[in-house]
Design a protein. Sequence first.
Lengths: 434, 314
Amino acid sequence: MELIIKNGRVVDPYTKKDEVLDIYIKDGIIKKIGKNLDIKCEKEFNAKNMIVTPGLIDIHTHLREPGYESKERISTGTKSAACGGFTAVVCMPNTNPPIDNQAAVKLIHYIAENEGFVKVYPVAAVTKGLAGEELTEFGDLYRVGVVGFSDDGNPIKNSEIMRRALEYAKMFDLPIMDHCEDIQLSNDGTINEGYYSTIKGLKGIPTVSESVIVARDILLTKYTQSKIHLLHITTKDSVELIKIAKEEKVKVTSEVCPHHFALSDKDIPGYDTNYKVNPPLRSEEDRKALIAGLKDGTIDVIASDHAPHTIFEKEKEFNYAPFGIIGLETVVPLTFMHLIEPGHLSIMEAISKLTINPAKILNIKRNNITEGEVADITVINPNLELIYKKELIASKSINSPFINKKLKAFPVLTIVQGKIIMEREKDGTPLIKK
Amino acid sequence: MKKFNRKHLLDIETLSREEIETILDTAVPFKKLFTQSVKKAKFLLGKTVVNIFYEPSTRTRTSFEIAEKRLSADVVNISVSTSSVQKGESLLDTIRTLQAMKADIVVMRHSCPGAPHLIAKRLNVSVINAGDGTHEHPTQALLDMFTIKEKLGRIEGVTVALIGDITFSRVARSNIWGLKKLNANVRVIGPSTLIPKDIEKMGVEVYTSLEKGLEGVDVVNILRIQRERQQQKLFPTIREYNRLFGIDENTLKDRGILVMHPGPMNRGIEISDYIADSPQAVICEQVTNGVAIRMAVLYLIAGEGDLNELSLED
């Protein structure tokens, strides 16, 4: 098939392009780029006043398969990714059984190739069974194409294990991706410790439960001269620690989730479990520090931490409901609304945190917008405003605090290897094609 | 006409000053009813009230049951252990079942903050919060305020100290909201490990010294200390807790200070026998007032008929 995207503002962090161009795609390849291309095509997409970017990558997704298919599947999760403008997702290993051996990685690849809508890069567990005790076979896992190691969901409690994991991963030049949390300090907390945990009578998770592990991880990374990626950072102290570490050339990278820069603990209405997430929504002061960290480059990546859960699991007492928010389909609007529109980040800076930065961290080659490249492209309509109704959601789950909220700036076209996978209709409904 | 337009009583936080005053005023004739030869009114005749308690409780459950029966309601009591609930039927499904049996009011105690709010949001029955975890215990605060008003003649301007485990106390939170709305001065006194973060933003003064905290107070409300907190390493020993925060004849020198305790008391730990049995302690009156307050709440939420129908003899 062939396709031409007309008059879009091409923003490509790989080539630093930022100009209005037409893109002609044929047989999966970007054949021609230029102004006012005079090419007639069976499919013409008018991207006037829209942003055309290399396909977005989500560095932190939970696809839940195998084991938790009632929450999400690789098929539904990658569909959700396509609706969110992502052409690739990195999936976390806390499935059941966990992705801690070659066979499990091959299973993910197999299902993704057969049922997936976008490219899936698996991350393997750091420790067998995510139990925090014995390292998995990093070498074997590297050979079948994992892009990093993480016990996400479970922090690595034992500092000796963490040290050895960092040292061992160095041989393969892959990062350890750590969920920074001191479980003892979290002490069964459910929301950020502060005024709101106090008045709601909910146990609080103090900011230090994250920051002390951020500090530990940075010191271990420096000591082992390895590299680490810190998942879903939420506190002002963490941002400051990472900033200092980067100044000292420690190979630390980090990510922030849109719900953490869009919301704070004051926004949680009553005991709405769609706002229950780990790490929790923090204070306004922390939220502002995250935005500042994104702005000055301390934070490298914007990641969804897409964490689907069923309705019956979430419709519970706040203490009993699981942590997690779906995020793939709201990353782009929240990034535009909270980072780009208020002027904190330029479009190029924001798109970098969704494309080139995650690709670099994981050593993966992603396609840029250049003639001859395979076409992985996302088109975003920054002016499209929608009430985010549950009917619009492609994920199998609907646990989002943004349901029924007005959001703006949605991906309207997702192209994977030259094929349109998602095209949004005028009323906002995403159409999935395969 | 009833001046109360609520289907539920979930917390004190969202009540207005006027609503609190309405409840306190409504409890007055009900308390008077207790001195009559027949202590019964017909305001809840034909209504079904289910007291569902997910946490063990004797006094609150009994107080509600007596209040409901004095209002002529049909009463059902259910006790569920929290551990069995987590494995079995969901809370929503359990209450949905009671709703299907046409229960009118559910009085619920639960170990999870917000559990009654979940029911109120999703189902149609009236919900009265009889204590939700460490969040609120609204009827306790109402009966405490009623008792203060009855004994001191006012609440505005009165200085009340809540003493002990503030972090895990639903009684403390409900009292703070209520007393602040009625313009009392509120302070909390307790070990620094049992004072929750940012509580001063609720408008209270924080003291970690009992001696300083007691200066100039009119009322002390002594909270029950749970032995569990010591096991959680929140203070070293019960003995030391008693030495630092126990209320006895030496620490509470002013015989004019009103002493309250929501019960059950740990005599010899947070309160001495001498103080508990002294004339300045109004702990048993609090219990009596608790029934009147709960009758007032039940009446205002679901009662039929006018308060004047009570024929009270002096």
